[in-house]
Design a binder for this molecule. Structure first.
Ligand code: GLA
Length: 702
């Protein structure tokens, strides 16, 4: 059992890391340690004793509490704010007891209670020992007879070692431009990242990675291959918040959880509320090791389906937009199949009255003009061609011009006295309402039962405006959480009833990519941006935490581009390869080349989708970029390299490989010598690439 107790508290040990907490002299539940696993239990430091030296600098400010309530003169970011029925806004939590629950994922449950008010808080710590990851969540119970109002409840506060100064790595972006990495020093004050959009968003992402700031802790920062990194994420698809706080006393902590902006939750007598979970881990081997830790965990624990190789797909959206019908889609399907495509996806435009984006969301029946015999003939033909069939839907939305809206105008998020702001001519159904959820479940359950559909692309093409819930039975600000729980319920129920379906998560591209939806969706669309050089950069951003077998990557048409078809394919072959071009307009030579590249992808995709990823050179920082995927047994690997623009006389630096076994010998396509893994990793190999050229190189143990 990896949960140990000592005289003051608990040590949670994974394969190579440990996290310790305990009760200090004043009885406060206090963080003690987070870092590498140490040889002896006695090595872990005891809880810090409260200090303090003036009426302004009090002990509470110096104590790294595990889950501080808003109380006393601490002035730090609290994890919990509650207003009690009598108006008191002050939470005083005291330790009551702890339980250790054994099992495949051992759990430590620590109970805290308010000494005066009937409030119980249980801190849950679950250990994924083999994955070096810890999960935290919080359960809060009203043990009394009157309601209380929760105004903030975070899932975790992660404390960094007290001796350090740190940098925060995180992701920024926007629609069509997702997943840009930032890495910045943290100093006194709070760096807040959040979403207020009712989606985890294109703009920031609910994860963090922290390393030591080498400018201050000399020489101690992390890079891709070395150095200490503390990292974490929140499994939530709605409004979230990360507050990276450096206190005035130099203590750094990262709080994360539901965003408290416009949030409130009425906890009635006898009721319980449980937060989303936060995962976190530590590595001494840099950001690359962090990513591989996430990738394995996501593949083996988070993703819903059993391990399955993701198919090569075709989706006509970028080629034909709303202009779809039975005959033209069958033509495209025939070409796609002849190139080796395995999944054909019919995107937007297939349902009644959907000729552009101004109408019809909500009315999910085939358009009688475009598909006079329904979808059956197309689906049958796709299956005859040996491909799976996929369909686009956008369940959470409604067009004002639709039958659904005419029947249920009250089903959308709105304030009765305010105009309903449209984006892309659509409004958001209030999925906090159980009747709306039931309607969606019934409608899409019918669709999936009546039609032989193998794949669903679930889209969500706008963010919130008026977050009103006029008929809310209780506190209307619960809508932020209840909406997302509604999405999870609808998606989860459909998934359960149709277990053979593969689900893709899209929100105008990568607008809702998070560990919450990754429990329900097998893959996600990175972006609506189809430019391969941006795609390369986005893969670097998303791959910080998400594995290649979740990243849909399509080759679309780029008229007048200087990038070759081969370059564009190579970029997409770094994830789940797909096509999005107008295949009927491709020349015979282009089709032959595409067929050959698809065939090549099929020979390496197990390595790409399930191998260990090594980012050798960053496309966000260099014009010469490379990634390597290594088989778990290190017997083979595949290398992708890309050169965008560099002055002609530039000699590419040697590409030093990683992740090979130093003792074994490997041969590399295009290189005459057989060399040890050590030699390839230390000396590297020389590639000759012209501007805007790329290569895929296989590496095999001899
Ligand atoms: C979003 C998606 C696109 C496409 C369109 C359809 O923008 O990201 O891939 O499905 O919607 O309207």
């Amino acid at each position: 059992m990896p949960i140990f107790t000592n005289s003051t508290g608990w040590i949670l040990a994974t394969r190579s890391t440990a996290y310790a907490l305990g009760l200090n002299d004043a009885g406060a539940l206090t963080h003690c340690y987070w870092g590498p696993r140490l040889p002896d239990l006695a090595d872990y430091p005891p809880p810090p004793s409260p200090g303090g030296w003036s009426s302004f600098n009090l002990p509470a400010q110096l104590t790294p509490e595990e889950f501080p309530g808003y109380t006393g003169n601490t002035f730090i970011e609290p994890c919990l704010k509650v207003t009690f029925a009598d108006g008191v806004r002050n939470v005083v939590l005291g330790y009551v007891g702890a339980t250790i629950l054994p099992g495949p994922v051992p759990t430590l449950a620590i109970t805290l209670e308010d000494g005066f008010y009937p409030l119980r808080v249980t801190l849950l710590y679950r250990l994924y020992e083999a994955y070096d990851l810890l999960e935290r969540a919080v359960r809060i119970e009203n043990l009394g007879t009157e309601p209380m109002l929760i105004e903030r409840i975070w899932s975790a506060l992660w404390h960094l070692p007290q001796d350090g100064r740190y940098r925060l790595r995180h992701m920024v972006g926007r629609h069509l431009d997702e997943a840009i990495l930032r890495h910045e020093p943290l100093s006194e004050g709070v760096k807040r990242l959040e979403s207020r959009r009712l989606a985890s968003s294109h703009h920031h992402s609910p994860w963090f990675a922290v390393d030591r700031d080498p400018a201050i802790d000399l020489g101690q920062g992390a890079d891709e291959g070395t150095g200490e990194v503390w990292f974490g994420a929140l499994a939530w698809s709605g409004n979230w918040q990360i507050a990276a706080e450096v206190t005035d006393f130099g203590s750094t902590r990262i709080g994360l959880g539901l965003n408290d902006w416009d949030f409130a939750w009425r906890l009635g007598a006898g009721e319980t509320f449980t937060t989303p979970v936060s995962y976190a881990g530590y590595t001494a081997a840099g950001f690359g090791a962090m990513s591989r830790c996430w990738h394995t965990f996501i593949r083996e624990v988070i993703l819903p389906g059993a391990r399955q190789v993701q198919k090569v797909f075709y989706n006509s959206w970028e080629a034909t937009h709303f202009d779809v019908d039975e005959a033209s889609q069958i033509d495209l399907a025939a070409i796609a199949a002849s190139l080796g495509v395995e999944l054909f996806v019919l995107d937007d435009g297939w349902f009644a009255g959907r000729n552009d984006d101004t109408a019809a969301l909500g009315d999910w029946r085939p358009d009688p003009h475009k598909f006079p015999h329904g979808l059956t003939p197309l689906i049958r033909r796709v299956h005859e061609l040996g491909m799976a069939f996929g369909l686009w839907i956008e369940p959470e939305m409604v067009s004002p011009k639709s039958e659904l809206y005419r029947t249920h105008p009250d089903w959308v998020l709105h304030f009765p006295t305010r105009a309903r702001t449209e984006s892309r001519h659509q409004l958001i159904l209030n999925l906090a309402r159980p009747d709306v959820q039931d309607h969606l479940i019934a409608q899409f359950d019918r669709l999936l039962t009546e039609q032989s559909i193998d794949f669903i692309k679930w889209d969500m093409n706008r963010n919130v405006s008026e977050p009103g819930w006029p008929a809310a039975p209780g506190e209307p600000r619960e809508v932020w959480v209840r909406y997302i729980e509604g999405v999870y319920r609808v998606w989860g129920t459909l998934r359960e009833r149709h277990p053979h379906v593969v689900w893709q998560n899209c929100s105008g591209g990568g607008g809702r990519v998070d560990l919450g939806l990754m429990r329900l969706a097998d893959q996600f669309q990175l972006s609506d941006n189809i430019d391969p050089t941006r795609f390369l950069a986005m893969q670097e951003g998303f791959s910080q935490i998400f594995p290649a077998n979740t990243m849909h990557a399509w080759v679309a048409d780029l008229p007048a581009s200087h990038l070759s078809l081969r370059f564009r394919f190579h970029v997409s072959m770094c994830g789940i390869l797909g096509l999005g071009g107008h295949l009927a307009q491709w020349t015979p030579e282009e089709r032959d080349e595409a067929a050959a590249l698809i065939a090549q992808y099929k020979t390496i995709r197990t390595l790409v989708q399930f191998g260990a990823l090594y980012r050798l050179r960053s496309p966000q920082r260099h014009a010469f970029a490379a990634v390597l995927y290594v088989a778990p047994d290190r017997s083979e690997a595949v290398l992708f390299a890309f050169r965008t623009h560099l002055p002609a006389q530039t000699r590419l630096p040697p590409l030093r490989l990683q992740g090979l076994d130093p003792q074994r010998h490997y041969t590399i396509e295009g290189q005459p010598e057989v060399r040890s893994g050590a030699a390839w990793m230390h000396l590297g190999l020389h590639l000759h690439l012209d501007d805007f050229a790329s290569c895929v190189v296989q590496i095999r143990q001899v």
